[in-house]
Each structure stands twice: as structure tokens, then as C-alpha cells.
Design a protein around this ligand. Structure first.
Ligand code: G4P
Length: 531
């Protein structure tokens, strides 16, 4: 098969949701439909149980399990589908943001009872930044949820995207009868059903008088009214607008009951984008280019001290990846090759001899990789669009054993390369400020520094609430600002200066007082909006 045919076959996406909306359930059902698993319950949830929030070892164990389900590949209708899993726990949100840089589209799951929740909004902000196409699945229609029109309004206002329902529910909760497919003109009947894959269907247009006998007079009337309103309020579905990330088609269903999932998957196969071009610091890379290129979007460490290896996840962006071939590691300027790269077919690891754009390759790593690293066939370019976001919690790392400062230095460097947290170093006294999105990471870092690197540390809270990367066209002004702010300036892993501010208000004040300095909330200044 030619490279172009291989590319056309591939769909790489992530399922995102606020915890408990049904991401794991939907993933499992998609794998069932795709024949990748035979029974429900085969996918280990990587959901971190609420009871375990203070027990980070338990969480790490669960994260360990999730390596196997980090990427799930299956074939469906001649397509090769890669689902990239994202951690549900909010303390690992940064992991999710990075995974979103490696997909070409997403399916967003919403709980019809709870509507748009906090984490959904943040995840969607990341998708909107990159114009990632989104399909929305409103789940749990077997429960008494919010009015569907209200839900759609909430999606539009809170997620800042236009929506277009492609199916429409007939009631909800105990009275839920099914959905009407607006584009197929078919009625799908709902039944509580945890095993059967297909639902009962009736082909019936809305003006068909059989509708009354199928759903009852009252519901037939309501359905006609609702659909008329839908067609009046929402523009017709445009595949082009969806692909540009401007319009999200919406499906209603109940994942646990296998309901609405097949229509979702079938539509996904029809409209979702093939592997897309990706930006770099030099030029745009097209998937159809003959030469191989790819980037690392996730690094997973093995907590078992007998197996120190890490797994780096590479997204192939162009050309063909081959086992045992030398590739150029751009940041280190050296050639590397991989004897046992692996793929994630049917959630089991197997050696991958070749891979194509859209594929994710697992690479055993002994410390050569950082998040965002690029591999090519020689060209010097770095994939962009893998920004660091401002952390939310900051603490100073204090070394408890001066004899082990080298180990501590190496340990914190490697852990931050993995993306566990961000490190900002102050010039004054080489103080180390660590920023994370959740309290949990501090426990994880402390534990891992001690057990993997033999270095003991403690944390001291500091008065920082936000980190802003700072730039200026006027180098003199930037230097002056850095000098004035003293120990409020840290340097990130690439030696970019970062303003560590006590509050949003401080940032606003400093921005107003220093019009020549730009303040950025992500490390990627070229593509992100300036504050
Ligand atoms: P997550 O990965 O997004 O965190 O959610 P997950 O799939 O684990 O689902 C969260 C809970 O919602 C689970 O119940 C799951 O069974 C339930 N659920 C998923 N889809 C539906 C649906 O269509 N209808 C209803 N009523 N419930 C649904 P749980 O009690 O937390 O876990 P479990 O004991 O069932 O595994």
C-alpha cells in the first residue's frame, strides 16, 4: 500500500470529558464495535478513584496500568483508528493537554444531567486554540437530564463553538424512547441493554403517519415540533466547518447501554479528518512528505525500581517510520535508532516494523527524550504547538541532603523533562521553583526523587499564583524588567525568562506599567494569544 493510502486509512483522536461523564465507558464501547475487545469490562479504567486522591502510590499504580491503554488501535470499516487515552484526574490535566497536540480530532463526552462542567471548558479551550475538530456525544440519556435545547445553548456559550445536532432525543430518563437521526431519517429505539451492539431501527420520515404508532401521538407531535425548531435555529451541518473546528456535530445516546454509539462511530468514520499537517519552527510539515518526521508528546516513567526504563510516545507526522533505521534527534543533534519500537494494536504491545502518519509509536527511552522532542531524517526543525501552560501551584524545592545535590539536580531535571511538573530556576542562589497543576505531583516528585535518585527534599510554599513567559522586541527593556523584578524572575527549561507573579492582578498591573513587555500564559509565544 502506498504512503498516501496508509494516511487516508488513519484516524487519530482522543475522547475527552469531565471525570465521570462516561469517557471510559464510551471508549470501551467503541472498541467493542471495532472488534478490538470481545467483552465489556476488558478496558481497565485509568480513572483515578476518588478515594485514592491522597494515596499517590495507588494513583501511580493506576497510571502504570494505563500505559497499556494509553493508545488503543483498532480496525473498523477499512480504517485504522487510534484512540489516545487522556487521564481523567484534574491533577494530570497537563498530560491531557499534551495528548491533544498529537490527535487530529476529538470526541467530547457530556453528561446530560450535569451539562458543561469545569474541566470540559478547559479542555475545549485547548482544542479551540488548535482548531481541532470536535464531535460532541451527550451521554446518559437514560437519566433525567436537562432540556436538550438548553444543553445545546450551554455548549455554545460555555465552549465558544457552534453546534449542530445530528440526532434528536425523544424524551429522557425513564421515558427515553430513542433518538431520531436527522440526516438518515431513521428512528433508533432505546432499550436498557448492556450487551447487544445494534439498536432496533425504523426507517421513517417525520411526515410518515406511522410515526404515531411507533412512538405515540404525544411524542410524535413533540418530535416534529422539536425538529422544526432545530432546522430553523441551527445552520445545516457543514463538514467543512467541522473540519475547521468551527462547528461541532452533536449526538445523543447512552454509552453504557450501547445506544447511539454506532451512529457516532459511523459518522466519525465518514467525517473525521485524516492525519493533518503540523506546524514546526521552520515550516509546515505535510503528512504526505516522503521523509519521516515525528515528535514526542508523552513520556511515561516506570515506577518499578527494577525497570527504570521510560516509554516515550512518538506521533508520526510524515513519511514512514522504520524499525532499526537511524533518525536525527534534532535537539541533541545526534542519530538514534530503535530496535524494538512498539505499537498498541488491540491494547497489547507488539513490535512495530513500520508506521505511518497518525500512528503512535512507543519507544523505550533511557533519558534521551523530553516532551516536544523531534525526530527527522536529518532536517533541523522542531514541531511546535506543544506549549507549557502556566502551572497553578508553586513551591520551592529544598534539598535536605547537601551531599546529594547532584542527584537532586539530575532527578528534578529528568522528572520535569517527563512533564510531571515545570521547573523554574532563579538566578539568585540557584533556587528551584516547581510549578504543577495539582497538589498530587508534589508528593509524586518527592517520592520519586527519594526512591529513584536517592535525594531527599521538602517543599516550601511560595507566594506565586501564576507564571507568565515574558518577551520584548526591546532587549534593553526586557533586561531592565528582569533586573528590577529580581527573585520574581525564574528561567524555564529552555532558559526563557518567566515572571512569577503573586496574582492575576499583579500581572495586569505590570503589563499596564510596562507596555514594551509582552506577557504570555503559555510557553509558545508565536501561536498563542498575548495576554
Ligand atoms: P469517565 O471515564 O468519564 O470518568 O466515566 P466512566 O466511563 O467511568 O463512567 C462514569 C459512571 O457513569 C460509571 O458509573 C458508568 O457506569 C456510568 N455511565 C456511563 N455511561 C452511562 C450511561 O449512558 N447511563 C448511565 N446511567 N450511566 C452511565 P460508576 O457507578 O461510577 O461506575 P461503575 O461501577 O458503573 O463502573
Amino acid at each position: 500500500m502506498s504512503n498516501i493510502q496508509e494516511i487516508k486509512k488513519r484516524r487519530t483522536f482522543a475522547i475527552i470529558s469531565h471525570p465521570d461523564a462516561g469517557k471510559t465507558t464510551l471508549t470501551e464501547k467503541l472498541l467493542l464495535f471495532g472488534g478490538a475487545i470481545q467483552t465489556a469490562g476488558a478496558v481497565k479504567s485509568n480513572k483515578i478513584k476518588k478515594t485514592a486522591t491522597s494515596d499517590f502510590m495507588e494513583i501511580e499504580k493506576q497510571r502504570g496500568i494505563s500505559v497499556a491503554t494509553s493508545v488503543m488501535t483498532f480496525e473498523y470499516k477499512d480504517l485504522l483508528i487510534n484512540i489516545l487515552d487522556t487521564p481523567g484526574h484534574k491533577d494530570f490535566a497537563e498530560d491531557t493537554y499534551r495528548t491533544l497536540t498529537a490527535v487530529d480530532s476529538v470526541i467530547l463526552v457530556i453528561d446530560c444531567v450535569k451539562g458543561v462542567e469545569e474541566q470540559t471548558e478547559r479542555l475545549m479551550e485547548v482544542c479551540r486554540m488548535r482548531n481541532t475538530p470536535v464531535i460532541i456525544f451527550i451521554n446518559k440519556l437514560d437519566r433525567e437530564g436537562q432540556n436538550p435545547f438548553d444543553l445545546l445553548d450551554e455548549l455554545e456559550t460555555k465552549l465558544n463553538i457552534r453546534v449542530r445536532p445530528l440526532t434528536w432525543p425523544i424524551n429522557m430518563g425513564s421515558d427515553f424512547k430513542g433518538v431520531y437521526s436527522l440526516y438518515e431519517q431513521k428512528l433508533y429505539f432505546f432499550k436498557i441493554n448492556k450487551t447487544k451492539i445494534e439498536s432496533d431501527v425504523a426507517e421513517v420520515s417525520l411526515d410518515d403517519e406511522n410515526l404515531e404508532s411507533l412512538v405515540g401521538e404525544r411524542d410524535a407531535y413533540q418530535l416534529r415540533e422539536d425538529v422544526e425548531l432545530v432546522e430553523g435555529v441551527y445552520d445545516p451541518f457543514s463538514e467543512d466547518a467541522y473540519q475547521k473546528g468551527e462547528l461541532a456535530p452533536v449526538f445523543f445516546g447512552s454509552a453504557i447501554n450501547n445506544f447511539g454509539v454506532k451512529e457516532l462511530l459511523d459518522t466519525f468514520c465518514q467525517i473525521s479528518p485524516t492525519p493533518q499537517p503540523r506546524p514546526t519552527d521552520a515550516r509546515k510539515v505535510e503528512p504526505t512528505e516522503p521523509k519521516f518526521s515525528g515528535f514526542i508528546f508523552k513520556i511515561h516513567a516506570n515506577l518499578d525500581p527494577r525497570h527504570r526504563d521510560r516509554i516515550a510516545f512518538l506521533r508520526i507526522c510524515s513519511g514512514k517510520f522504520e524499525r532499526n533505521k537511524f533518525y536525527h534527534h534534532v535537539r541533541l543533534d545526534k542519530d538514534v535508532r530503535f530496535a524494538s519500537p512498539f505499537s498498541f494494536m488491540a491494547s497489547a504491545k507488539s513490535v512495530m516494523d513500520e508506521g505511518f502518519p497518525g500512528d503512535v509509536v512507543g519507544l523505550y527511552d533511557t533519558g534521551n527524550f523530553k516532551i516536544g522532542d523531534t525526530l527527522t531524517e536529518g532536517e533541523d526543525l522542531m514541531f511546535s504547538g506543544i506549549p507549557s501552560f502556566s502551572p497553578e501551584i508553586f513551591k520551592e524545592l529544598i534539598n535536605l541532603d547537601p551531599m546529594k545535590s547532584k542527584q537532586l539536580e539530575k532527578g528534578i531535571q529528568q522528572l520535569t523533562d517527563e512533564g510531571v511538573a515545570q521547573l523554574f530556576t532563579l538566578d539568585l542562589g540557584n533556587r528551584k521553583i516547581v510549578g504543577t497543576v495539582g497538589e498530587l505531583q508534589f508528593d509524586v516528585i518527592q517520592y520519586r526523587l527519594e526512591h529513584e535518585y536517592g535525594a531527599k527534599c521538602r517543599w516550601v510554599p511560595i507566594n506565586t499564583a501564576r507564571a507568565c513567559w515574558i518577551t520584548s522586541d526591546d532587549k534593553r527593556k526586557l533586561d531592565e524588567f528582569i533586573r528590577l523584578k529580581g527573585n520574581q524572575i525564574g528561567y524555564d527549561k529552555d532558559r526563557n525568562p518567566v515572571f512569577l507573579a503573586e496574582s492575576e492582578w499583579m500581572i495586569r498591573m505590570n503589563r499596564d506599567n510596562n507596555p514594551d513587555i509582552q506577557f504570555h500564559f503559555t510557553s509558545e509565544f508565536k501561536t498563542e494569544s498575548v495576554v
